[in-house]
Design a protein. Sequence first.
Length: 136
Amino acid sequence: MRSTSTQRGVAAIEFALVLVFLIPLAFGITELGRAFYQYNTLVKATRNGARALAAGQTVNIDRMTVYGNPEGSGAPLVDGLSLSMVDIPPEQTVAYEGGTMKVVTVSIHGFKFVSLVPGVIGDIEFGPISTSMRRG
């Protein structure tokens, strides 16, 4: 059995060695959480834009998607989101067994998640995020 004088400081050294791995892991988890949160916010933004378009609003849908209001005032819903990333294709007519319906789509493309801690995880470019809804 070792005496306590030879064990002194060993726990601090072990803690320091483990901390080297735990800190990047903790930052990585929080950054992936931030990425998920931003992706979810972008999905909600396309949904709100498509809902406004489906309800008959035809102007400033891109501003509604980026800023959350048709005036385009305030900060973007997500840092880095711009009007040029919003795509609103013309409405489409889709045939189904009961007839036809008009479908509108709002999508965001080219959004890049920028990590606050670049050494832990790199920047992530999300794929296109789209929402389609039936129009009135």
